[in-house]
Structure formats: structure tokens, C-alpha cells
Design a protein around this ligand. Structure first.
Ligand SMILES: [Zn+2]
Ligand SMILES: [Zn+2]
Length: 341
């Protein structure tokens, strides 16, 4: 099969003829890739930053995968050949204590398709049955593939804050990219806050308005004051930071109301908070790592019901390096999806 291989860090992916993975365990499922989302995490992997997540080289990247079951091991019962599926990227054993609590992402036998195991920038990808979610027939794999990580991450973060997003509150979403544009919709869907989108790019703010944000304001140093103005000086009750730089962390904490919650999703920067500030204003900081299998299942049900949309542009698999360049340059609105042709 064809696969885009990361052979060495800081180099372009190589399109190679790669052995098609084979089912060797009775609980494995071979999936013909219908679409694979391209994520900033792929850029981090190429930069050599994802070894803590289990990346070793050479590796076929691609963790936002959907497609059709090609073949299934003899113990597989939930899907059969031909079924459309989306693939939950973390592996979870189902036997450890975190798994039994439904906390798949903290499985003690953790693996991750497209990082610690070969992923979906290829014609086929092999996973365990526990990773598979059958898609409703109306959904095409390429149009929902980014939900496997981008959507899942947004869903997990927003769902955890939904009880705080009461009528009369304000929720801010910083960064209307691949993850943030889904979060804006989920904030409307799962909570009752006024939703304020923040981004430095005008076309992303326009997208946020189109997707249901009540307000869309320019990012940068003026954003905290703009949020204060919108809230009669009170600030935002919940702030989701999907960017994760020193600048967005600082803006997030500056615009947070007393007793507000700062939800961190994007990462890389340092938080500028003292424990004194946290205690005096009783603020909380919550961090988010991907999500659970059931989070992804629930998100797919919302999508199938027409209550969430994904902004997707598709490209052939052999355009992978151009797509990565475009993503690096901030040229993708929503999510790029590779479709093996
Ligand atoms: Zn991703
Ligand atoms: Zn486990």
C-alpha cells in the first residue's frame, strides 16, 4: 500500500510503498482509509516533539482517521467488512482501573494510532476493535475524520465545562482553528452561555459567527478589555484556550471573571497565575487531554443529527507535504483531510 512515512525528524514525509498491515490478533480490525485529518500534532511529531507521546521512527503519521472495515479478526463482533467507521486514536485495554472508569485516555497500557503506532496517512490502518466506532450510514468517512481528534478534544473540553455554562454567563473560545471552530458549536449545543469567539484572523472570526458565536472579537492585547466591556467589567465565566501560547494564556487569565474557570487545551506556553490570584478570586484551571471513546461516540451522534458541522477541505494523500506546509503557514480554515485516491 502507499503510506506517508516520517523517516527522520525535520524532513518531509516520504511517500513509499509500505507493507499493508496484517491482522495478527483476533480483536484487530483492518480499515481502508477514507479520510485522515491533518493536525498541528503532526507538525509537532515532525519537529521531534512527540517522543513523550510514544513516537519512534520510522512512523506512518495520521491519527484522525475514518474509513471502511476491510477485514476483522475472528473475535470482532461490533463491526463487519464494509462498515463505515471512525477510529478513536488512543488505545485502551478495557481491563485497568482508568479504563473501567471510562477514562480511556489514562489507560495504563496506552498507545496512540498515528503516534506510537502507524496511522492513517496510508491506504490502510490496523487498530483494535475497542478503537472502532461504527458511523451512521449517512456520514461519509472523509467528512467526519477530523472528529477523531480535533472534534473529540473540543467535545471533551466543552462537555466538562457545560455545567458552568448557565444562562447569563459568558464563555470565550480563543483560537477558531481546526479544534476551536467545533468548540464554538459545542458551546452553543451543550451550554447556555453567551459565546464569544476570539481570533487574530478576520476570516476565522467570520467562520465563528457563521457557526453560531454571539460575538467575535480580534485576538491580541486588546481582547481582555473587549471581553470586560462585553460583560460590564465582570469578565468571562469560562475561557477555553485552544492556542496555548504565553500570549493567549495571559489574555485568558486577564479576561477571567471572579470564580471563573480557565480551560487549557492548546499548550506550549507558561501560565502567568499566582496561587494568591487563584485563591483570592477563587479561579480554577482545568487541563484537557483528547477525550474518551464515549465522548467521540456522542459527538458523532450530534454530527449525524445535524447539530454540529465540520469545515473540511480534502486533498489527495500524495499532497501531504504541501498540506503540512499550508497548515504550518496558517493557511487552512477548519481542517484539511487527506483522501487516498
Ligand atoms: Zn490531532
Ligand atoms: Zn486500560
Amino acid at each position: 500500500m502507499r503510506a506517508a512515512l516520517l523517516r527522520e525528524y525535520h524532513t518531509r514525509l516520504e511517500l513509499v510503498d509500505h507493507p499493508t498491515p496484517e491482522i495478527t490478533r483476533p480483536d484487530e480490525v483492518l480499515v481502508r482509509v477514507g479520510g485522515a485529518g491533518v493536525c498541528a500534532t503532526d507538525l509537532h511529531a515532525i519537529e521531534g516533539l512527540m517522543e513523550p507521546a510514544g513516537v519512534t521512527l520510522p512512523r506512518v503519521l495520521g491519527h484522525e482517521n475514518a474509513g471502511w472495515v476491510e477485514a476483522a479478526g475472528e473475535l470482532v463482533t461490533t463491526v463487519a467488512a464494509g462498515d463505515p467507521v471512525i477510529l478513536y486514536p488512543p488505545y485502551s485495554c478495557g481491563l485497568c482501573v482508568p479504563c473501567r472508569r471510562g477514562d480511556d485516555i489514562h489507560c495504563v497500557n496506552h498507545d496512540f494510532t498515528g503516534l506510537s503506532l502507524d496511522g492513517g496517512f496510508a491506504d490502510y490502518v490496523l487498530v483494535r476493535e475497542r478503537s472502532v466506532i461504527k458511523l451512521p450510514d449517512a456520514l461519509a468517512p472523509a467528512e467526519v475524520a477530523p472528529h477523531a481528534d480535533a472534534g473529540l478534544t473540543a467535545y471533551h473540553a466543552v462537555r466538562r465545562m457545560a455545567h458552568l455554562m448557565k444562562p447569563g454567563t459568558t464563555a470565550v473560545v480563543i483560537g477558531i482553528g481546526g479544534v476551536g471552530h467545533i468548540a464554538v458549536q459545542l458551546a452553543r449545543e451543550l451550554g447556555s452561555s453567551r459565546v464569544v469567539a476570539v481570533d487574530t484572523e478576520g476570516d476565522r472570526l467570520a467562520l465563528a459567527r457563521e457557526l453560531g458565536a454571539d460575538e467575535a472579537i480580534p485576538g491580541g492585547d486588546g481582547a481582555p478589555a473587549a471581553v470586560r466591556e462585553l460583560t460590564d467589567g465582570r469578565g468571562a465565566d469560562v475561557v477555553f484556550d485552544f492556542v496555548g501560547t504565553d500570549q493567549t494564556h495571559a489574555a485568558s487569565t486577564e479576561m477571567l471573571a471572579r470564580a471563573g474557570t480557565f480551560s487549557v487545551i492548546g499548550y506550549g506556553g507558561n501560565l502567568p497565575l499566582t496561587s494568591m490570584e487563584l485563591v483570592v478570586d477563587e479561579k480554577a484551571v482545568v487541563a484537557n487531554l483528547v477525550g474518551s471513546w464515549t465522548d467521540l461516540y456522542e459527538l458523532i451522534q450530534l454530527h449525524a443529527a445535524g447539530r454540529v458541522t465540520l469545515k473540511v477541505e480534502t486533498h489527495p494523500l500524495d499532497a501531504i507535504n504541501d498540506v503540512l506546509d499550508k497548515l504550518r503557514d496558517g493557511g487552512i480554515i477548519g481542517r484539511a483531510v487527506l483522501v487516498p485516491g
